[in-house]
Write a protein that binds this ligand. Sequence first.
Ligand SMILES: Cc1cc2nc3c(=O)[nH]c(=O)nc-3n(C[C@H](O)[C@H](O)[C@H](O)COP(=O)(O)OP(=O)(O)OC[C@H]3O[C@@H](n4cnc5c(N)ncnc54)[C@H](O)[C@@H]3O)c2cc1C
Length: 463
Amino acid sequence: MIIGGGPAGYEAALVAAQLDADVTVVEADGAGGACVLHDCVPSKTFIASSDVVTGYRDTDEFGIHSDGLEAITVDAPAVYSRVKRLALAQSGDIHAKLIKAGVTLIRGTARLGEDTLGHTHRVRVRPEDGDAEYAVDASTVLIATGATPRRLPTALPDGERILTWRQVYDLPKLPEHLIVIGSGVTGAEFASSYLAMGVPVTLVSSRDRVMPHEDADAAMAIERVFRARGMTILNNSRADVVKRVGDSVEVTLSDGRVVTGSHALMAVGSIPNTADLGLTEYGVNVAPGGYVAVDRVSRTNVPGIYAAGDCTGVLPLASVAAMQGRIAMWHALGEAVAPLRLRTVAANVFTDPELATVGVSQADVDSGKTPARQVMLPLAGNARAKMAGLDDGFIKLFCRPASGIVVGGVVVSPRASELIMPLTMAVENHMTVDQLAHTITIYPSLSGSIAEAARQLMLHDVE
Ligand SMILES: Cc1cc2nc3c(=O)[nH]c(=O)nc-3n(C[C@H](O)[C@H](O)[C@H](O)COP(=O)(O)OP(=O)(O)OC[C@H]3O[C@@H](n4cnc5c(N)ncnc54)[C@H](O)[C@@H]3O)c2cc1C
């Protein structure tokens, strides 16, 4: 029994079905879960539209004369309906894949029931179609219920002017002035994409820079781009109250300043969907913040009950959720399984430019936790970057001081999400900077800078 059909749940279901298990997924919404219907897929589809606008930036530099960005009109309802269409289509594809694999899909909610004192766990299912609740006994249960946008009592979304990121796609037009509360990954991505679409954006950040959990050089490089393109960024500013006043919103900061805009987007994190699952009653350990406590093979403290994805708070990424779900099933069904390794997880922020990271961080190196040599190579010197008019961005590489084994990297550039792959492979496979440096790259290419950075470390040519 799998509770939740997001990446953690549906990828687990596919693995379990492949191993001939009898698999049922109970999902409250649709196949693919919140990831596909409300969070990751819609936001990346929206960003694909804003990228189209970005393509029209600074065309004169290339000898292409257009009427400028001002002449571009964004048909917001068309953009939003494309977002929803793609999300539904993706959900449909996943649904079909699950059915083809022999998985039973139930639309409804589920929670742990009473202990049967045997080798099975009783799950109580409440179907969405209003049929009576019923019980299913399962040898293995996977809790994969995801998370929901955090709501602050003094800034409650009304779905019209004060919005969660799941509500923006219902707006009838683009905001006249969007205030984004929260400068983490989600806040930064929406601020970046709305700015690209020509919307005046104010980003309220409670810390001294945007994306405080990301590489500082990278976050500051992106903050510089945001500011240069006209975004107002209020650092060290905590939003205390967000309220609607007629057709506008007022955001009161903790220092008493008031910021006015047409809409406010609340991007202040998520809370795990674990409150109504009967976890504590069943004896499943719940960590502070409501996360299901799991080990590296996705086991909870109760044998036979596993958990994966955002409800565990391990690392809120679809890729990690999916791997946790697969690992749970491999473990439960007796396959050989390697515990989850977070060190080699690549992550990307889909701002413009993008910010991708893998392996050890600058903070790990600076604190002495991981001894490493490093180099940071601006892309501005790269031939391909010059041709493409890219002034911002860099490649940063970390390697072990003596062996030169690559242990981490940061990429700030357009499509950093793709460019991080060679670094991820290097970290995953313990490759050395010598091996990276000996790789013949395409000329001209941005990936050439990865080999060049490796060459610099090979020569110990760093400060
Ligand atoms: C705006 C945004 C953008 C993101 N972009 C990216 C990205 O680009 N790349 C990336 O890797 N990650 C991204 N993420 C993170 C990613 O969306 C999550 O890590 C991922 O959704 C986690 O998957 P999951 O299976 O744990 O949960 P979810 O996708 O949240 O799915 C859980 C499902 O369980 C269902 N459910 C809950 N309770 C019950 C119940 N009792 N019974 C039945 N069903 C239930 C819910 O309806 C939900 O559909 C983004 C997140 C946000 C908010």
